[in-house]
Unconditional design. Sequence first.
Length: 278
Amino acid sequence: MGRISYSQISMYSECPLRWKLNYVDKIHLNCNVNSLSIMNTINKKEIEKFSKIADEWWNPNGKFKPLHKFNPIRIKYIKDNIIKKFNLNSSNKPLKTINILDIGCGGGLLSEPMSRLGANVVGIDASKKNIEVAKFHAKKNKLKINYICASPEILKMQKKFDVILNMEIVEHVEDINFFIKSCSKLLKKDGLMFVATLNKTLKSYVFAIIGAEYILRWLPIGTHEWEKFVTHEDLKSILLKNNLKLEKLDGMNFNIIKDEWNVSGDTSINYIAKAVKI
């Protein structure tokens, strides 16, 4: 009783010197979706939708207010699992040896905390406006984060990443299998990939769409399309097909009485998967 779940969106500076970027084609620097001639994961409709509210990213009481509430539990979950996986010390900068790619970074709500924890962070997003907001905020806070307007299939790097974050993004891409395949190519062997999304259940439709968008108005109407939600079984299959083994699956639930998010065993709406590159 008093328990409800909903999802929020994370859409898709300077880089540490040891990270050098190469691009497949200069057109991608401008994120010109219409000019893409290769297979890509960008859904133009989704990009336009979130570009319109990009100025709201760092307003804790704005359109991304639910995501600001969601962020603390996401940060802790990611940090704790990275520390455990790589046997790191829990210091002020525990992730200082870790290279992270934040896909669909939006305005940088996850990239910045990861950077503050010591990680070398690259954040990519297919929305040019999101990247501009993220760069401005990072510079304002004197954080060295490499933000790039790109999608994973066109990103080329000399070194692969230890960790890839796909948080609230797979339900917004054009081709989830190709998207995960592209991400897997950027991840080191034995590296971690986190995927947070919405389960495709009747309960998720009732709470995440009807409840969160139409009744409580926590999210703008049209934020989600239930048809794009992903079941555990489908995600596990797609991950394995792309050399990623699902190691852990947890639910993320919102307690409306306590006004806080918690990790739980209930994965019927929001869930987060931890996979390892094999």
